[in-house]
Design a protein around this ligand. Structure first.
Ligand code: ZN
Length: 202
C-alpha cells in the first residue's frame, strides 16, 4: 500500500507530464479543502511526535550542525564561507531582481521549464559529483578550487553531448571552463571520457 505522500507525488508527476505545473493545492487552505486539512493535521502530528521524542528547536542551527553543514558544502564546492545561523536559507524571501523572469538562467521563453529531462535532477547530479570525488574529470580541479578561482560550481557533462541520455555512465563532472573547452573537439572528448568511465563501471 502506498502512503498518502507517495500517492500525491505520483499524481503530481502525472500532472507535470501532462504539462500541468500548477500544484494541486494552489489557492486551497485547510478551511476550504479536506485534503489540505488532512495534510496539515498529519504534518502537525508528525512534528508533535518528534518533539515528544526529544526533537529540539532549530536542530540545524546548533554550532555543531553548522560546522557539519559547512564541511559538507565545502567538500561539494558549493560554498567558501562558513554556514551561519539563519544564513543558509531564506525560504520566505523575495526572489532577487537579478533572478526574475528572463534574467533567470532557467528561463526558456516561458515554454519549457528545462531543456533537460526531469530525471536530470539535483539528486542525480550530486551522485555523479560524489562518484567523481568532486573533481573535474578533465583538469582535476576540485569543486572548492573551482569556486575560488573561477567563481563557478562544478557541472555535470553529458559525455555523448546528448542531453537526453542521463545514464550514469554517460555523465561526468567537469569544471565550467573544461565544460566549454570540450566543445572544440567533441568527438575526441566523448571518446576520452568514455574510456575513463569504462574503468569506473568495469
Ligand atoms: Zn576542468
Amino acid at each position: 500500500m502506498d502512503t498518502q505522500s507517495q500517492k500525491l507525488k505520483r499524481a503530481w508527476i502525472t500532472r507535470r507530464r501532462n504539462g500541468n505545473d500548477i500544484p494541486w493545492n494552489k489557492g486551497l487552505t485547510a478551511k476550504t479543502d479536506k485534503r489540505v486539512a488532512k495534510n496539515v493535521e498529519l504534518s502537525t502530528a508528525t512534528i508533535r511526535k518528534q518533539y515528544a521524542n526529544g526533537r529540539k528547536n532549530d536542530i540545524q542551527h546548533t554550532s555543531k550542525a553548522l560546522k557539519k553543514q559547512t564541511e559538507t558544502k565545502r567538500k561539494r564546492g558549493t560554498i567558501i564561507t562558513p554556514v551561519k545561523k539563519g544564513g543558509t536559507h531564506n525560504w520566505g524571501g523575495k526572489i532577487s531582481e537579478a533572478m526574475k523572469g528572463e534574467r533567470n538562467p532557467s528561463w526558456a521563453g516561458g515554454l519549457s521549464p528545462s531543456q533537460y529531462p526531469r530525471e536530470f535532477n539535483v539528486r542525480l547530479k550530486e551522485r555523479i559529483k560524489q562518484r567523481d570525488n568532486y573533481t573535474c574529470q578533465r583538469c582535476g580541479i576540485s569543486g572548492i578550487e573551482c569556486l575560488k578561482k573561477v567563481g563557478r560550481k562544478l557541472v555535470i557533462n553529458h559525455i555523448d553531448f546528448n542531453k537526453n541520455n542521463c545514464k550514469e555512465n554517460n555523465l561526468n563532472t567537469l569544471c565550467s571552463r573544461c565544460n566549454i573547452q570540450i566543445n572544440q573537439d567533441r568527438e575526441y572528448w566523448t571518446k576520452f571520457f568514455n574510456e575513463k568511465i569504462k574503468q569506473i563501471y568495469a
